[in-house]
Design a protein around this ligand. Structure first.
Ligand code: ADE
Ligand code: ZN
Length: 340
């Protein structure tokens, strides 16, 4: 790729809307935290751990991802984790990050909810102050656990309501349809929380439909399997429902064989509000800029017009204040002046 285009992809203001903070835990930090906290690890060193990052599907990844999170114990650990991600995001030209966290992964191990949210929230405040990056948190319920566990997690979270803007739904998709969480999402909406859900990553298009109809989500995380249902594509396009697509993740988890086979061009051609995101960058080989660069390299039909459209979609689809969105969108247009 030409240096000038690479530089444009980096400089263009963009939002990252699909990043699991636990999935940004780099092996180096994982080992440092294990040492700091006296946690024993199954792998001998960073190299051996990285060698284990060969996944056959979503579940094979989740098993390693949940095991890695065991080194996160104290508020400071969560701060260090999020701060490391936010610095990388700022370097990639991210102006807004909406960050998923999985409280049940930690509270089930005896880590206090307060330690998780205070560590993450202080890193978000620091990003605003030191990097000029606007960051917000999205609490995700683990769909392989029960509805009762999700309800209990929401109760634990309520004293910290001002520290997160939305709720999401993640973890093992197949066999755990959105309907399982209808009541807890209804309660979240009543509380004024924004709502999103993973759907149509490995699960069928029907899960995207029930995320929309039953959970009433405002964005679909992944959603790539919508293309199997033309009526659903039409619905998503008409409503301009954002899809937070994660190209490197999709290849690592074998949703697509290669980036050249990725459906992103088809999603854009269908008029969908697609965005590019990193999902779990420490496990899938790259942060947001690398997702853009490698996807554009693999798909020659994508150029400056699509880069502008994807960045614009991400800013419009974010839950940031309208005034901030307007400022970023104007800066984005300046970046592309004379190019599109
Ligand atoms: N948790 C972290 N990454 C995930 C993904 N890609 N899908 C579902 N749950 C996840
Ligand atoms: Zn995800």
């Amino acid at each position: 790729m030409e240096t000038a285009f690479h530089d444009l992809l980096r400089r263009m203001p963009k939002a990252e809307l699909h990043i699991h903070i636990e999935g940004s835990l780099e092996p180096e930090l994982l080992f440092a935290l294990a040492r700091r906290n006296g946690v024993a690890l199954a792998h001998a060193d960073v190299q051996a751990l990285r060698a284990a990052y060969a996944f056959s599907d979503l579940q094979s990844f989740l098993d390693i991802y949940y095991a890695g999170a065991a080194v996160l114990l104290h508020e400071r650990d969560f701060h260090d984790l999020a701060w490391a991600y936010l610095q990388r995001a700022a370097a990639d030209g991210v102006v807004r990050a909406e960050i998923f966290f999985d409280p049940q992964t930690h509270t089930e191990r005896g880590v206090p909810f307060a330690a998780v949210i205070q560590g993450l929230a202080s890193a978000c405040r620091r990003a605003e102050a030191e990097l000029g990056l606007s960051a917000a948190l999205i609490l995700c319920f683990l769909r392989h656990l029960s509805e009762a566990s999700a309800q209990a997690t929401l109760e634990q979270a309520l004293p910290w309501r001002q520290h997160f803007i939305a709720v999401g739904l993640d973890s093992s998709e197949r066999g755990h349809p959105p309907e399982k969480f209808a009541r807890v999402f209804a309660r979240c909406r009543e509380l004024g929380l924004r709502v999103v859900a993973h759907a149509g990553e490995e699960g069928p298009p029907a899960y995207i439909e029930s995320a929309l109809d039953v959970l009433q989500v405002e964005r679909i995380d992944h959603g790539v399997r919508c293309l199997e249902d033309p009526a659903l594509v039409q619905r998503l396009a008409t409503a301009r429902t954002p899809l937070t697509v994660c190209p490197l993740s999709n290849v690592k988890l074998r949703v697509f064989d290669t980036l050249a086979d990725h459906c992103l061009p088809a999603l854009l051609d269908a008029g969908l509000c697609a965005t590019i995101n990193s999902d779990d960058p420490a496990y899938f080989g790259g942060y947001l800029l690398k997702n853009f660069v490698e996807t554009f390299q693999a798909l020659p039909q994508l150029g400056a017009r699509q880069a502008h459209g994807l960045a614009r979609n991400s800013l419009q689809a974010s839950f940031a204040a309208d005034a901030d969105k307007a400022r970023w969108l104007a800066a984005l247009d300046d970046c592309f002046a004379g190019l599109i």
